[in-house]
Design a protein around this ligand. Structure first.
Ligand code: ADP
Ligand code: TRP
Length: 321
């Protein structure tokens, strides 16, 4: 089984990225042939500052490795080291109907949020399809917000097979964990960099505590039982605490007698503890000069062997070269 996923280097990793995409991806590296990459071509649709982009790429690589990506198991690379993706994207774009892209929520949302509508942003799902299809990927672990992009990928692969012959491209399956499909931020909305409501994985202690303390709660008095149904604190605690710890907090909520501030402190401590090992590992990676570059270079060399096979097959099928 070949597993592939990518992350855009658009800012520091947050709990939504970790539980939505990274944790499943990290588990899967032990179950199949995994390929994970930093989607810097994609980020060029929104970051147009060379220094910022390079810094983000490096930070993301460090963070991903710190969280447990094992470069001896998974192939870990930088998308822009693989221009083969953009060549396949062009071929795919020639069978992609315009309305399919016009319907994409992610494009419509970004434009609605004031991000300038450049052609790259519009064509983004085609490049994403190329990222996936060029490795004959079987499974693609992503958060729920990427579901539509995966559908587009499947539609494009199916269309390619229809036009150029069965077996031209492999149709992949998305892998979306429903229980952590959407991690919410400290304002109760989906956690996202664009909403400024994130809890970052490698934030300093004081800043993280402050953000946890800012989680929006209702006005139930301290002495009263607290509603458990839609509590942001409980939803986040569930991700970082054990089942019994989570159950204990639910019962505590139902009993009443403690204020939300106490629960937030408890949540903060669990989050801090959850990433303690990764923090330590991160410091080691940062200290080892040249390590990250070596990992990414080696990853690209391994990825290239696989990408070339698919690209040669597709070029043959469509009549190029
Ligand atoms: P952001 O919304 O902060 O810009 P990205 O779009 O870069 O995050 O998402 C990177 C990956 O993390 C994707 O696979 C996405 O589905 C996942 N992800 C992002 N935010 C969340 C969230 N709040 N809950 C679950 N998964 C998420
Ligand atoms: N679009 C994804 C995101 O914003 C990142 C991405 C690019 C990706 N190419 C991919 C994810 C291929 C999975 C597979 O999170």
């Amino acid at each position: 089984m070949r597993i592939l996923s990518g992350l855009q280097p658009t800012g520091r990793l947050h709990l939504g990225n970790y539980f939505g995409m990274m944790q499943p991806a990290l588990q899967l590296q032990h179950e199949g042939e995994a390929l994970y990459f930093i989607a810097d071509y994609h980020s060029l649709t929104s970051i147009q500052d060379a220094t910022a982009l390079r810094t983000n790429v490096r930070d993301l690589a460090i963070d991903f490795l710190a969280c447990g990506l094992d470069p001896t198991k998974a192939v870990f690379f930088r998308q822009s080291d693989m221009p083969e993706h953009t060549e396949l994207a062009w071929i795919l774009s020639c069978v992609t109907p315009m309305p399919m892209l016009e319907n994409c929520h992610s494009y419509k949302d970004k434009v609605a949020n004031g991000i300038p509508a450049n052609h790259g942003l519009f064509a983004y799902p085609v490049l994403m399809a190329a990222d996936i299809l060029i490795y004959d990927s079987d499974r693609v672990p992503v958060g729920k917000d990427q579901k539509q992009h995966l559908e587009v990928t499947r539609d494009i692969a199916t269309k390619m097979n229809l036009v150029f012959g069965e077996g031209t491209l492999k149709v992949p399956e998305p892998l979306i964990r429903e229980e952590t499909a959407t991690v919410i931020g400290n304002d109760g909305r989906k956690m996202s960099k664009s909403y400024n409501n994130t809890l970052a994985l490698f934030e300093d202690e004081k800043a993280l505590r402050k953000k946890v303390m800012r989680i929006i709660t209702d006005t139930t008095p301290v002495a009263d039982p607290k509603p458990t149904a839609d509590s942001s604190i409980l939803k986040l605690y569930r991700l970082v605490a054990s089942d019994s710890e989570y159950q204990a907090m639910v019962e505590d909520f139902e009993r009443g007698g403690r204020g939300y501030g106490d629960y937030k402190q408890q949540l903060f401590e669990k989050i801090w503890e959850f990433f303690a090992e990764a923090r330590e590992k991160r410091a080691g990676i940062v200290a080892e000069k040249g390590y990250v570059e070596d990992v990414l270079r080696d990853g690209a060399a391994r990825a290239r062997v696989l990408a070339r096979q698919t690209l040669d097959r597709v070029r043959e099928a469509v009549g190029l070269g």
